[in-house]
Design a protein around this ligand. Structure first.
Ligand SMILES: [Mg+2]
Length: 267
């Protein structure tokens, strides 16, 4: 079994990003399964925190098991869960128009909002939710923009411009949100990283300890870790061009590596 890098020996526990860090599309990033196994063998608890709103926590757990990583639903903190919590606390009973996957629709309904998609009243919804969707079209953009211009709260799961995939970066939630913000003249409230909430939830589950965040984006993982008061390491296995080179502003990672294994195992 591989031993941990000097960097990791200085931390008690780890919060990992998923897309571009643990996996790329359907496949594990090379060495990531072994790196997670080594962390657990060294008794360093691992939690996962993801801005991915296409899939549920259960679906992420199923995928982890398929790739060879044991995990339970409690180990995975999703932006969908954070969205549901925020809406239930602040906007329950209101109406919503939703751009997003079935998982996101379910979270909005579960939070006590009435979803108006497909009705004549959709453009008068009092909350507009924007998250990852592979069925995004002009009608969605038109209705979302009208509702937001009429005063609807614009809430989005994230601003990630891209989502790393094996054939190159695919449009992320931020690309869809940019269209809605441009058309409506409104700026969204963001639920996911770089807001610190996903990391706070992960820390609740892990408990106290020196914590390292590892992710593939400066603007979400590293910036979000800094907002939560945590160190972060950056991996280049996602969409490295998104990290802007030496001119990128904002919090800096404590380490940069080719992939998770390079950070965790030093290999
Ligand atoms: Mg990522």
């Amino acid at each position: 079994m591989a031993t941990l890098s000097p960097l990791l020996r200085g931390y008690d526990q780890v919060i990992l990003d998923l897309d571009g860090c643990v996996w790329l599309g359907d496949d594990a990033v090379e060495g990531s399964v072994e790196a997670i196994a080594a962390l657990r063998k060294a008794r360093k608890p691992v939690a996962f925190a993801t801005n991915n709103s296409w899939h549920s926590g259960e679906e992420h757990v199923t995928k982890l098991w398929r790739l060879g990583v044991q995990a339970s639903v409690g180990d995975v903190v999703t932006v969908g869960g954070a969205l549901s919590h925020l809406l239930a606390e602040t906007r329950s009973g209101r109406t919503a128009f939703v751009i997003g996957s079935q998982v996101t629709h379910d979270h909005v309904v579960g939070a006590g909002l009435r979803v108006l998609n497909g009705t004549d009243l959709a453009s008068r919804a009092s909350v507009v939710v924007v998250s990852g969707s592979d069925r995004f079209g002009y009608d969605d953009l038109r209705v979302a923009a009208l509702a937001a211009r009429r005063g609807g709260d614009l809430v989005a799961t994230g601003r990630d411009p891209t989502m790393p995939r094996p054939d190159g970066p695919w449009p992320g939630t931020g690309a869809l949100l940019a269209a809605v913000e441009t058309a409506s003249g409104r700026t969204a409230t963001i639920v996911g990283k770089p807001q610190p909430q996903l990391f706070y939830t992960a820390l609740d589950r892990l408990g106290a300890g020196r914590t390292l965040v590892i992710g593939d984006r400066l603007d979400t993982d590293v910036a979000g870790a800094a907002a939560a008061g945590l160190d972060a390491a950056l991996v280049n296995s996602g969409d490295p061009a998104a990290n802007g080179g030496p001119s990128a502003e904002g919090p800096r990672p404590v380490a940069i590596g080719d992939n998770l294994a390079a950070i965790v195992l030093g290999s």
